[in-house]
Design a protein around this ligand. Structure first.
Ligand code: AHG
Ligand code: MN
Ligand code: MN
Length: 338
């Protein structure tokens, strides 16, 4: 029987079109896919292997960690630090960068990841995911420093996510090569290409925002959502639908499949905490923005293209407005007008 195109087949084929490719990129993507398969298995077994519930710890951002936050981070460290494809790792769950221990072989890439996204959903059996971003490591340097990770989103070599839902789906955007979806076949443990060159519909009638923050929103966001809610009778002239999963991976996946707009904007509550957004720039906003842009969508802070932000800290946050281009343009226009 025909197996189909595996993730490895696709990466090897893609790598052929990259100048100075050495096979290291293929190896790195393979390490990531092994980590995702392991996490898929743990998420799938859940309570059977004691994976649900909180750990007795907090991460650098003061958030209580779930057991799976801790375990998935360990899975990433184990899968990514053995084969010499990266020079260092940044994770939501680690305060500082993780340079590879001496004297291990260091690769030419740096990886930034959110090993378990949407962790508030894990105990209630709703979809969660993993997000990753790959940038180049500086050449000829013994050990990467924090600054080496602080590259603009436009510098990403590739980005992707893995969604642990009814199916496990890995979505990959290699820079300049579109967006592909691979579904895990559990019978023989391979990701198989199931949707090629995904394009986000330009128009949409579906928005995603956490409305419990409404009283804290800035005026342009208020205006946009208010107009959506007015439906056919309002200035937008169409009825909108709403979704909020609270797992960014699930929201972005829905938008890739059928269009939509996702917003986690800056608001007064976030500002009062001294933060610049809710979602993290380096391992949530940037990789998702690359994927969305390569699928024909748009991603801004409301004011500026996310991929052009200049990062100054590995855990910094950014406002996020992404999805179908026409709607993102409306929100961005309202911010610029206001
Ligand atoms: P994480 O679980 O990695 O901390 O990320 C959760 C994020 C994101 O996935 C989701 O869109 C958002 O937090 C949900 O926030 P609210 O709980 O404020 O709705
Ligand atoms: Mn997250
Ligand atoms: Mn997380």
């Amino acid at each position: 029987m025909h197996i189909g195109t595996t993730l490895t087949n696709y990466i090897i084929e893609t790598q052929r079109s990259l100048p100075e490719a050495t096979g290291e990129f293929t190896g790195l993507l393979n390490d990531i896919s092994v980590a995702c398969k392991r996490i898929s298995d743990l998420v799938n077994k859940g309570d059977l292997v004691g994976m649900l519930g909180s750990a007795d710890s907090e991460n650098v951002q003061g958030e209580t960690q779930k057991k799976l936050d801790v375990v998935t981070n360990e899975v990433f460290i184990e899968a990514l630090t053995q084969n010499g494809h990266i020079a260092g790792l940044v994770s939501e769950e680690m305060d500082d960068i993780y340079p590879l221990p001496n004297p291990s072989r260091r690769g030419r890439y740096l990886l930034l990841c959110d090993p378990l996204d949407g962790s508030s959903n894990i105990d209630v059996n709703v979809s969660v995911g993993t997000i990753f971003s790959i940038v180049r490591a500086p050449e000829g340097k013994e050990k990467p420093s924090t600054e080496d990770f602080l590259q603009q989103g436009t510098e990403q070599v590739a980005a992707g996510y893995c969604l642990y839902g009814p199916s496990t789906i890995l979505v990959l955007a290699v820079k300049g090569q579109g967006v592909q979806m691979f579904t895990l076949n559990r019978d023989f443990g391979e990701f198989i290409l199931t949707r090629k060159d995904v394009q986000i519909p330009e128009e949409t009638k579906e928005f995603a925002i956490n409305v419990s923050n409404q009283r804290h929103w800035e005026e342009p966001v208020r205006r946009y959502i208010d107009e959506c809610l007015q439906g056919k009778e309002g200035p937008r002239g169409k009825d909108f639908n709403m979704r909020w999963v609270a797992s960014m991976v699930a929201e972005v996946h829905r938008i890739l499949c059928r269009g939509g707009i996702f917003m986690y904007p800056l608001d007064a509550k976030i500002k009062a905490k001294g933060q610049s957004g809710r979602l993290r720039l380096m391992y949530e906003a940037n990789p998702m923005s690359l994927i969305v842009e390569q699928a024909g969508g748009a991603a801004t802070t409301g004011r500026q293209r996310i991929l052009e932000l200049d990062p100054s800290e590995i855990h910094e946050r950014a406002p996020v407005v992404l999805g179908s281009r026409a709607e993102v343009d409306v929100v961005t226009r309202y911010h610029n007008e206001g």
